[in-house]
Design a protein around this ligand. Structure first.
Ligand code: AP5
Length: 190
């Protein structure tokens, strides 16, 4: 299996690029943010819990997120591999993912990290809020909190993969096509 973590701050382009990667390589997309949003829409208990954190730009607790991710992973039938988008977001999630994948007889091949400057992130999220109406993008304070939480809690996950020699940084500035080409080049070399 080809398992890739697509990493980066809010608005870096993880969702946009995941769609292209899954199409080219036949992988399954596992986006914890998308799964939470589907649960919020469906008004499930998980959705209600997730919303209370997402509305403030905070992370949903690790134990809830890890359990949900494992359950979604097991639903996939004969996958060629997975793109993990928005997960892992803490070192505890990274460790849990490694242990879980090992129990499934597989592992993470690489973390591809999109590097985008903070000002550009704010611009992209502001624009997306105008067109998509995504609730967790609507408030500039919530956006700033998501960026701050990223720096404090999520960025350290990079070290986790660096130590395993599985970290590749990709320049996330440019057109969507340019960034896709950079990602494809990195994946083709694996
Ligand atoms: P999540 O949904 O994962 O949000 P995020 O990581 O903050 O990232 P986004 O989805 O906002 O951005 P993206 O990098 O996918 O960029 P996109 O392609 O959309 O998480 C939301 C919340 O859920 C979290 O805050 C947390 O509360 C909770 N959560 C999720 N996972 C969790 C976990 N593991 N643990 C705990 N809590 C969790 O692009 C952004 C915009 O830019 C789009 O409009 C796009 O069209 C545009 N764009 C893309 N590429 C370019 C480009 N090259 N140039 C110009 N514009 C571009």
């Amino acid at each position: 299996m080809l398992n890739i973590v697509l990493f980066g701050p809010p608005g870096a382009g993880k969702g946009t690029q995941s769609e292209r990667i899954i199409e080219k390589y036949g992988l399954k997309h596992l986006s914890t943010g998308d799964i939470f949003r589907a649960n919020i829409k469906g008004e499930t208990e998980l959705g209600k819990l997730a919303k209370s954190y997402m509305d403030k730009g905070q992370l949903v607790p690790d134990e809830v997120t890890i359990k949900m991710l494992q359950s979604e992973f097991k639903k996939a039938e004969n996958p060629k591999g997975f793109i993990f988008d928005g997960f892992p977001r803490t070192n505890a999630q990274a460790e849990a993912l490694d242990n879980f994948l090992s129990s499934e007889g597989t592992s993470i091949k690489v973390m591809l990290a999109l590097d985008v400057a903070e000002e550009e992130l704010r611009e992209r999220l502001k624009k997306r809020a105008e067109v998509s109406g995504r609730v967790d993008d609507a408030n500039p304070e919530v956006i700033q909190n998501r960026i701050n939480v990223y720096k404090a809690e999520t960025l350290p996950v990079k070290e986790y993969y660096l130590k395993q020699d599985k970290f590749i940084e990709i320049d996330g500035i440019g057109t969507v096509d340019e960034i896709t080409n950079r990602l494809f080049t990195a994946i083709d070399k694996l």
